[in-house]
Design a binder for this molecule. Sequence first.
Ligand code: Z5A
Length: 242
Amino acid sequence: MTEYIFAPLNLVARAAGGWFAFVSIDSMPLTSQATGKLISFEGSEGSGKSTQIARLVTHLQQSGREVVATREPGGTELGERIRDILLHKDEGQGMCPEAELLLFTAARAQLVRKVITPALARGAIVVSDRFLDSSTVYQGAARNLAPGPVDAVNGFAVGGIMPDLTVVLDVPTEVSLARVRQRSAGRPDRIEREDAAFFQKVREAYLQIAQAAPRRILLLDGTQSPDAIEQQIWAEVEKRLG
Ligand code: Z5A
């Protein structure tokens, strides 16, 4: 017998044989049981997520809503410590892809339970700079981990919480790398040091997941002007918030 927990939102079901995850991302309802909404932003680095999140947060606040902006990895004390290991600390050098996946998802599990779920229960709009799609794309597609285990660990970490809307900002890899080079003064972090082929896989994987989940994912051309992108995001969010 299969038992659904937090139905209809959860991705993890308990079956006779134990725990397993099934991630049918596009089949998630657009409205969650809680009164709040979760909006995630995804894309290659330098795709403009932070820029657009700041603008969306302003729109949402001006419309009188409670907004919780957060980021991955991070957003909790534990998550920020994990972020440091993943991106900056010497201990992170030579990390195997499996450990990398588990660290990103550990930070996610904590964020979901300590920040996102309580905020959604209060009716807030949570805007997250990256969420589970980043693991699908970076650890799955770019690090070549098998999709089954990545989906299973992701499903376990989010415990049924899925974005109501995901904005993917698509930019060609050379644009992404040029923007990051122009911006960063210091030493690039561990993932920024990957080569162009890695970031090309990231881009292609985002395009694939956007195609596979068109109801949840709003795919936008990130090379447009910041103002044009902002308008398209706000139009979609307003429509979905009703
Ligand atoms: N990662 C992972 O592997 N697995 C996971 O599960 C998770 C994450 C959750 C986190 O890095 C790293 O962790 C990330 C994926 C991995 N590594 N990579 N690559 P992060 O949080 O430090 O950084 P990021 O998420 O990659 O984003 P970013 O580098 O901070 O960039 P952004 O937020 O997308 O872009 P931005 O800061 O808004 O803009 C970048 C520059 O472009 C800036 O100078 C802007 O002024 C400019 N910009 C922005 N929009 C435009 C437009 N429209 N036109 C022209 N210029 C623009």
